[in-house]
Every structure is written in structure tokens, then in C-alpha cells.
Design a protein around this ligand. Structure first.
Ligand code: NAP
Length: 245
């Protein structure tokens, strides 16, 4: 992985932070993308640099094509074309479907699906031209099994499966791969903000009896980004502690 250039969307916090820091530890050039958490993104860059890696923090809302274009330009100026894109940026706005507004539906689909569209299309030629380009999308167990109050999120995450498999067919013509990770419940702000009773139920329903860690997801992404995964494409890797879908 040494010297490979990797863009990780939404890597100021949570799973994206873990992936960015893992890439940094592997000697990659890392683009730490964020929307609003500037100081957190800069702290991720500092940790990567302290570990001997190279990184830049780049503000870009993935729902904004112009901002993603500017992120590509900044990336090219600093590191050149990229080898790895991780579509990780995500949000949730949970509400039961009969109370869900169209805005709550749109905003979640925009970040997950339009965000993946903008970033993948913008970096597509880099991934196609790279010696072993890697597209890695972060979906969710919720895209497989649904979840109360998450019709918007589940729909977006299910869409990522079809996106991953189609991009696998298209990028295969260039010798590059597209894969997806479907985490179960991971200890990040997105889950820690849930009431204790719900977190307790998640633990009870998970055979391994705990939330996952960002490091456990980052390890899978690092494998998918590496040459060790060279004959794997179009796959969904589940990492959910054995939780039923
Ligand atoms: P998190 O801790 O809330 O972090 C979300 C990250 O996404 C932040 O860096 C945030 O940046 C960024 N982001 C949000 N909207 C963005 C936008 N429009 N443009 C650019 N960046 C944006 O969430 P997480 O739990 O790590 O989730 C990361 C991914 O894993 C998401 O796709 C999520 O759906 C998926 N996932 C999470 C879990 C879980 O249990 N946590 C399980 C399965 C899948 P700012 O703070 O700067 O806005």
C-alpha cells in the first residue's frame, strides 16, 4: 500500500477516521475529507503525519458536485491521481415512515447515493487508470435487513449494493475492483447517540454481545484496498458480530 493515494469521504470521525488512520499507518497518501468537522479532520491528519504518513484535510460536501471537483483538483495538486476511493460519508435522520417528510427522505439519499455518484464519477478515470484501482463502498446491515425508523437509510444502503456490483462489472474492464463492506452496529457517534436501552438491545441481539469497533472495519477496508484482494470484486463483506439480517 506504500505511496498509494486514497480518498476517504467522511473521515473526520468514526469509521472513516479509522480507515484514514489505517491507510496512513500503511504508508499511503490520505485525503481526509469532511463536511463540517474541520478540527477533527486536522487532528486525523496530524495523527497520520505523526505515524510517518502523508495526509491532507479537504472540506467538501459530497452532495455538491462543484465541491467534489475542487477536492479532486486539490488531491491531484498534492498527490496526483488516486488509487483508492472509499465512499464512507454518511448520515441518518431516523423517523418512522408514516411521519417521514420528503426532506428527511431526500437528505439521507442525497448524502449516501448522490455522494457516491459524485465521488465515484469524479475519480472514475483515476480508478480505471490505476494499476490496481480500488472502489470500496460502506453500506450497512440495515440495507440488508431494514430497521425501524430507517426507511430512508435502509433504502440508501441497499442501493449501494447494486451500485457496488455494477461498478465491479464496469471497472473490471480496466482491471480495477469494486467491493462493499456492510458493518453491523459500530461504536461511533452515529450509534453512541442512541438511547442506552436501544444500545443494550443491539448488544443482546448480536451473538458476539458487543458493538464493533472502527478498527475492525478499517482492517477489512485495508484488505480490500490491498493487492491481497486482487481477485475479489462485486462482493459485500459482512462485519456484524453474527447479527441476524
Ligand atoms: P459518523 O461518526 O457520524 O461520521 C460521519 C462522517 O461522515 C463524518 O466524518 C462526517 O463529516 C461525514 N459526512 C457526513 N455528511 C457528509 C457530507 N455531506 N459530505 C462529506 N462528509 C460528510 O458516522 P459513522 O458511524 O462513522 O458512519 C460512517 C459510514 O458507515 C456511514 O456511511 C454509515 O452509514 C456507515 N455505517 C455506520 C454504522 C455504525 O454502526 N456506526 C454501521 C453501518 C454502516 P462532518 O462531521 O464533517 O460532517
Amino acid at each position: 500500500m506504500r505511496q498509494k493515494t486514497c480518498v476517504v469521504t467522511g473521515s473526520s470521525k468514526g469509521i472513516g477516521r479509522g480507515i484514514a488512520e489505517r491507510f496512513g499507518a500503511d504508508g499511503c497518501n490520505v485525503v481526509v475529507n469532511y463536511r463540517s468537522s474541520k478540527s477533527e479532520a486536522e487532528a486525523v491528519v496530524e495523527r497520520i503525519e505523526a505515524a510517518g504518513g502523508s495526509a491532507i484535510a479537504v472540506q467538501a460536501d459530497v452532495t455538491d458536485q462543484d465541491a467534489v471537483d475542487a477536492m479532486r483538483d486539490r488531491t491531484r495538486e498534492t498527490f496526483g491521481p488516486i488509487d483508492v476511493l472509499v465512499n464512507n460519508a454518511g448520515i441518518n435522520q431516523d423517523v418512522l415512515f408514516d411521519e417521514m417528510s420528503h426532506e428527511e427522505w431526500d437528505v439521507v439519499l442525497d448524502v449516501h447515493l448522490d455522494g457516491a455518484f459524485h465521488c465515484t464519477q469524479t475519480f472514475y478515470d483515476d480508478l480505471a487508470d490505476a494499476e490496481s484501482g480500488r472502489l470500496i463502498n460502506i453500506s450497512s446491515i440495515v440495507g440488508q435487513g431494514g430497521n425501524l425508523g430507517q426507511a430512508n437509510y435502509a433504502t440508501a444502503k441497499a442501493g449501494i449494493f447494486g451500485f457496488t456490483r455494477t461498478l465491479a462489472l464496469e471497472l473490471a474492464r480496466e482491471g480495477s475492483t469494486s467491493n462493499c463492506v456492510a458493518p453491523g452496529f459500530i461504536a461511533t457517534d452515529m450509534v453512541e447517540s442512541l438511547p442506552d436501552s436501544i444500545k443494550g438491545k443491539i448488544r443482546d441481539d448480536t451473538p458476539l454481545g458487543r458493538l464493533g469497533t472502527v478498527e475492525e472495519i478499517a482492517e477489512i477496508v485495508a484488505f480490500l484496498a490491498s493487492d491481497h484482494s486482487s481477485f475479489i470484486t462485486g462482493e459485500v463483506i459482512d462485519a456484524n458480530g453474527g447479527k441476524d439480517l
